[in-house]
Design a protein around this ligand. Sequence first.
Ligand code: HEC
Ligand code: HEC
Length: 393
Amino acid sequence: MNRVELHVFILLAAGVSLSAQQTSAGPAQPVPLFSQNILNSATPAGNPSTEAKAKLGDMIFDEKRVSVDDSVACNTCHSPRNGFTTHTPTSRGANNQIGKRNAPSILNTVFYKSLFWDGRAATLEEQATMPILNPIEMGQKDPQAVVAKLAAIPDIAEAFQKVFGRPVNWDDMAKALAAFERTRLSTEAPFDRFLKGDQKALNAAQQRGWALFTGKARCASCHTYDAALPLFGDNRFHNTGLAGKQELKELASRATARAAAGNQSEIDKLALESEYSDLGRFLVTRKQEDIGAFKTPFLRDVLLTSPYMHDGSLETLWDVVEFFNQGGGRNPYLDAEMKPLGLSASEVEDLVNFLSALTSDSSSALRAAELDRQRADYLYRMAEQRTGLKASK
Ligand code: HEC
Ligand code: HEC
């Protein structure tokens, strides 16, 4: 079977039209999703956001010289063009080293109660310093080296003086990065316009998907819907069974021997570099029930951030919804909420369509094309599996 024949087969087998109904593009000027009051209440008193501080943070975020070999900036792995992430399962850091975890988006991170897939950083300020000193991310050995490099960049040195009234230093650098991240936010999406009463903002599939999300598919039991803060996360940790390939109990006791709870830099290394990565929240708390548990990610703009999950192991939103449809993976620490759902293929399609309606109007140009790309990618792989044939590319 060649590629064209396989494509025809897919279309017939799945009965899906690639020219699915489109949603309206939305207003010309995207509407903010969060009020200033809500943002202020999520910002620590010790680091109020100002425009100049956020702008300095943006400069540092884009600066490759922050890394030991001038090869990666924060935005290498968190690229604004890809919803502040990269379209690779895991990411490549300084000296071409590859880690074990998928880079999450920094959009809306102001609203997480803890950072990283396992919540090992309490604040954005604390988080911001960690990739710089991690050997496989930006590879710097000590803060002084970073401060010296930044101080040698005239624009940055000048901006530090203006914003903080003192020369470049490590703590202010973290504050500026955090202040910048607090300005990276999703805007209103078709879903929000629908809730405000615009019935046409969601097509029929998306409306069915929303009903499934809170009903039969039980997604909202973890991706909670909160009208005041509609991000679809619970700021808690769950084991969805992805980390089932290893003997987790044995791994947990070996990890405990490797690093004491509270040894932050050692835990950071275990999380990113080793097989212990799959232990998730356990690395931080050492509680049995946290083995293999990861933070429930927010779902705003999730269409733009493939591949998915803490290890980047699921390629498209169809793979993710199918994964939940099967009741997740199998392991002894599986969350009690994880059960087979019995969703039909068209219900899976509806759910993915609903997720696409959470794409910010500021990214509306990407919405339809990315949905079609993921659908084609998924159906193509399924057809290959079903026919047992590898298509000639
Ligand atoms: C080499 C790629 C890479 C670089 C460079 C990098 N990150 Fe990350 N980032 C990641 C990965 C991978 C994770 C997830 C790690 C984990 O959860 O254990 C992450 C997680 C985060 C998170 C947590 C998001 C969440 O949902 O909890 C934030 C915030 C973040 N990075 C900001 C930054 C900043 C700021 C910089 C620059 C100082 C930076 N990153 C540099 C790959 C990178
Ligand atoms: C038991 C709690 C729970 C339930 C139920 C649940 N999720 Fe999740 N979801 C999570 C957690 C935790 C992760 C991250 C898991 C990991 O990476 O190991 C996740 C990951 C995801 C992701 C990937 C996001 C990303 O940025 O990588 C999507 C999309 C998603 N869930 C959608 C859904 C949908 C749709 C449903 C319903 C069919 C659902 N979830 C049901 C907890 C849950």
